[in-house]
Structure formats: C-alpha cells, structure tokens
Write a protein that binds this ligand. Sequence first.
Ligand SMILES: Nc1ncnc2c1ncn2[C@@H]1O[C@H](COP(=O)(O)OP(=O)(O)OP(=O)(O)O)[C@@H](O)[C@H]1O
Ligand SMILES: [Mg+2]
Length: 377
Amino acid sequence: MDTNADRLRRLGSDAAIARVPVEERYRTLVDAIQDYAIFLLDPTGHIASWNAGAERIKGYHANEIIGQHFSVFYPADAIAQDYPNEELRRARALGRWEDEGWRIRKGGSRFWANVVITALHDDDGDLIGFAKVTRDLTERERLKQLEYASELASRVEATREEEKKRIARELHDDLGQQLTALKMIITGLLAEDSTTPEAQAYARERTQTMSHAVDHALASVRRLAAGLRPTMLDDLGLLPALDWLVTDFSRHTGLRVVLNCNTHTVAFNDTASTALFRIVQEGLTNVARHAPSATEVVIDLRCDPSNCELTIRNNGAVVTRSAEPAAGQPPSSGIAGIRERVRRLGGTFAAGPLAQGGYRIQISIPRRAIELDLPPG
Ligand SMILES: Nc1ncnc2c1ncn2[C@@H]1O[C@H](COP(=O)(O)OP(=O)(O)OP(=O)(O)O)[C@@H](O)[C@H]1O
Ligand SMILES: [Mg+2]
C-alpha cells in the first residue's frame, strides 16, 4: 500500500498532480496533516474516515476507530448529558459548530480540544454527514493557566505590598503622632523647675495627661490590629474628629489653630475622611516639630460642586530649606504619605515654605472621590 510519502512523491510535479483525481489529491493532503485531526462522520455520528493527525492526537489507528460513534472522544459527564449528539444537532442547524473543551484519547488521558464540526449536504440539500476538525490545545491551555497563575501571584504580591505600605503609614500617622505628643509633654516637664508645690502640681497634671496619651496609644495599637482606621472618625465623623484634633493640638502646644469648614452637608466616604483626618494630623505635627516660631495655624476645608480643597498654613520664620533627615535616620514619610493618600483619591498636592514665612500644605480632591464609596485606603 502507498504511504503518504509515496503518494506525495508521485504528485511531485504539476503535470503529475493534474493526472491524479481530485478526491485523491484532497485525500493525500488531509492524510499528510499531522497537527489537526480531520475526519468525517456519517449523519448519525459514526466515524467514516481518519487522518494521520487524528491518529497522532487521539491515539487510535484508522482500523480500530472507523465505524465507532464519535462520542468515544468525550468525557463521561458530557456523554451523560448527550452533549456529542447536541453538537451534531447544532452543526446541522447552524451549518458549522465550534467548541472548546476536554476530550479523551485512547487510553483515557484528557486533552484540551478546539473542535469545528461542519454539516455536509448533497446537491439536493440532504445531510450526508459531518466534517470534524480537532486541534489539541492542551499546551496552549497549560501556558494560559501558567500565565494566569503568575499574574495572580503578582497581583497577590502587589496587594501585600500595598497592605505593608498602608500599615507603615498608619503606624507613622497614628502611633508616631501620639508618641511625638508624649515626647513634647515630657520635654516640657524636664524643662520645668519642679521644686515648688505649684510646679509639682503641674507635673502631676501633666503626668495624668501622659497617662491618657499612653491609653490612647494602646487603643491605637488595638485599632491598628483591628482595622487600621482611627475610631474617632467612626465614632464622631470627620468634622467633629477634626475639631477634637485641633483643640487637643492647641491645648498641647499653646498654638492658636483656626479651623474653617464649609462641608457640613458633604457625605465624606471612609477613604476620604481617613485621608483628610490624617493629612491634618500630619500637618499639625509638622508644625509642632519643624516650625518652632509659629504662633498660628489656619486650616481651611472647602468643597464646591467639583472639588474639595484643604489648606493647612502656619505662620512663623522664613523656612530657608527643608532639613534632610540626619544620617542613619529613616527618610521622612509624612509628606510622602500625604502625597500618596491624595494620589489614591485622584487629587493634586503641593507643600512648601511661604515667601512671607511659615509653611503651607495645599490639596485638591475631586468631589466624586470624596463622596463615592471607594475601597478603604
Ligand atoms: N510646617 C512646617 N514648617 C517647616 N518645615 C516643614 C513643615 N512641614 C514640613 N516641613 C519640612 O518638610 C520635611 C518633610 O516633612 P515630613 O513630614 O515628610 O517629615 P518629618 O516630619 O521630618 O518626618 P516624619 O516622617 O516623621 O513625618 C520636614 O523634615 C521639614 O523639614
Ligand atoms: Mg512629618
């Protein structure tokens, strides 16, 4: 019997090809294809022809598979649902039916197949069978799944990184601020002459304040562990929380703080209210730390229909340059944290010394990012 190679050799010239009947030419072509299983089914789905690609992909020799029903290639659950015959019904109704799914090789192993079934009709329009072309896409599917797994892994990694940054920011903004306040009280106490009864009474009062501050810090640790969000905001809402912050700061530092808001009717979402609270907190702590000559801080929070603007401005000496962190100190993260919070809300940020003296932080956030429900940040 001729092999494909013999037949192709025989068809080696145009003239020779022309002498070969057209059916044989197609037969030879189909038989030579290795990467596709190409075969015919009779109208009831029994296999009527078989090519080399079918043998390679599905593992059966022509003489053991021709005459069998094509449902042998389907998994048991598909057969139980009569899916192979359903595919023929769809091919018959639509002319062509394409599908992807698991199929079974000889020996029971599975492969991921792309299947195209085309209904064949005679000149009178009667169904004479189906042409079925199957591709083995197992490798492509495996690569796709590997790609998906690695994309998933990098997404998990990015979320973890984001979470770490968030925890670092919360640690800085919450515990860091409270420890700074504590340090300021201690510094004040150390500078006091504690020999007079008045000074001792004052020291006792300040120690009480420190004890409360420690309670606050402990509550913060609990909060950090629980949900990384200042409970003050949950308990009071943004404006009362800002009022409390400002009053507390003023009491500790002796600075005059003016808070102007026109936002009593704005429904701040959780992300925005946390961000604004933290930004004001950082701005005030920076005044206490970096502007020793300041006497006043003015905070403006104003919303119009398209934007909300927050400005924190302190007076004081002209700031000639921003001090770099001392060698061995971690780089500062307060201003960077503000920038990041504003960026996440789609807003703009600027901060720097003022020509007339003092320092200003200015941010603007789109109103929709303030009011829409966003994931907490
Ligand atoms: N109100 C201010 N007046 C003068 N300088 C300021 C003021 N706010 C910030 N700065 C300058 O900007 C720098 C950066 O501020 P940032 O809050 O990022 O860092 P930090 O306060 O030094 O450290 P931390 O990371 O603890 O916040 C400060 O070191 C300081 O030099
Ligand atoms: Mg700071």
